[in-house]
Design a protein around this ligand. Structure first.
Ligand code: ATP
Length: 376
């Protein structure tokens, strides 16, 4: 591979191709070598994929900064920006869909081709005409719904899973399409998209975002992403219910998520409470909710281990039998222990309920339950 040419095409902030490419990993996918960047380096995003044989570059999806207060967070982040668009932030998993050698593939955030998501994206979106017209673009989307291999959040009207396109970018430069153009393009191709709450100057967007967050919180939904009209700048802000849900998840598998994961959710909630808890009673309610999210799932998990019940996140997936088989191979290749709990056919689809066994949490809880000591 001409590493120098790709270093230049990726606009990496190093002159030495070896410096960049030492962080790339080679993976073989459908007879082609994918060069995948495993961590953000030299201005190139994690999950960036170079497929030289097909002359395709799929840049990683950029990390979206977060504000902890709406006021003055929005105005200071978007200082000098004329118009800001407030979109819903959906809780699923990020997938980039790109045409590689004429075939659409779905890449996870870390640059793996997920066979299941690829099959579902091909079934749910009319990709052929899209990539015929826009071969060099990447559809950045969230796979949402209760039946996915990575997340399980319910959305009204989504019984199994669905795709929502939230960004359209140039594969090589990562340049986003302006928000209004992207929304029109998605409408033209009938691609589902996240809700748009409005567009306004940054000072007025505060009110739009605050109202949206109140509604989303009440509905148990995740939050918002605010974007400059050109799509270049983005910032996110999340609801209290999302913070609690993520804490509940982390404490249900207490030794899988790092301490940073847990601490960051508490910090988010503290700032949200400081800005929005209107009264002492309301603050107490929040504190109560937060405490429940921490203690109840963890106690349930300890009791499950004590009763020798399995622990680990449960998922259901539905689709083509071969795609599901490829998914389980893919998950096992990621060193996950998968336990199949139910496997049936429904209307020609294979439907599998499985658990990602949380070995580390189970073993440590068992150790403490047996009277083992804990070094702190
Ligand atoms: P980071 O943004 O630092 O990568 P992360 O991987 O933990 O953090 P999140 O905190 O979940 O990601 O937030 C960013 C993700 O939100 C995006 O990568 C995307 O998958 C998802 N997302 C959902 N809805 C939208 C939307 N409307 N616009 C942009 N991203 C969205």
């Amino acid at each position: 591979m001409d590493r120098d040419a790709y270093r230049e095409r990726l606009a990496a902030t190093t002159d030495d191709p070896a410096d960049l490419f030492e962080h790339f990993e080679e993976r073989s996918v459908a007879g082609r070598t994918h060069h995948v960047l495993t961590a953000a380096r030299h201005g190139v995003e994690r999950g960036t994929v170079v497929v030289e044989d097909a002359d395709v570059v799929v840049r990683g999806y950029p990390s979206i900064p977060r504000i902890l207060v709406l006021e003055p967070g929005i105005e200071s982040f978007f200082a000098g920006t004329e118009t800001v668009v407030v979109e819903e932030k959906l809780d699923g998993f990020n997938v980039r869909i790109a045409a590689v050698g004429g075939e659409p593939l779905a890449f996870t955030r870390s640059g793996y081709v997920c066979p299941y998501t690829t099959a579902r994206a091909r079934a749910l979106l009319d990709l052929e005409p899209f990539f015929e017209r826009h071969p060099e673009t990447v559809l950045c989307a969230e796979l949402i719904g209760p039946e996915t291999p990575y997340t399980t959040t319910d959305y009204a009207g989504v019984d199994s899973h669905d795709v929502r396109v939230f960004d359209v970018r140039d594969g090589e430069s990562g340049e986003p399409m302006p928000v209004a153009d992207r929304r029109a393009l998605c409408r033209a191709f009938d691609f589902g998209q996240p809700r748009c709450f409005g567009r306004a100057a940054p000072s007025e967007a505060v009110e739009i975002a605050a109202a949206a967050i109140a509604d989303l919180d009440a509905a148990g939904r995740e939050g918002v992403v605010l974007k400059s009209a050109d799509g270049e700048s983005m910032v996110k802000y999340t609801t209290a219910s999302q913070h609690r849900e993520e804490l509940a998840y982390a404490f249900s598998l207490p030794f899988e998520c790092g301490r940073d994961f847990v601490f960051s959710r508490i910090v988010r909630e503290a700032f949200r409470a400081a800005e929005f808890a209107e009264s002492d009673d309301r603050l107490r309610e929040r504190a109560h909710g937060l405490g429940e999210a921490i203690l109840l799932p963890m106690v349930a998990t300890i009791r499950a281990v004590a009763a020798d019940e399995p622990i680990g996140q449960r998922h259901t997936v539905r689709g083509d039998p071969d795609a599901l088989e490829a998914l389980f191979d893919h998950l096992r290749e990621q060193s996950l222990t998968i336990e199949i709990e139910a496997d049936r056919r429904e209307d020609g689809d294979r439907v599998v309920a499985f658990r990602k066994v949380a070995d580390s949490s189970r073993d440590r809880i068992r150790h403490y339950l047996d009277g083992g000591t804990r070094d702190e």
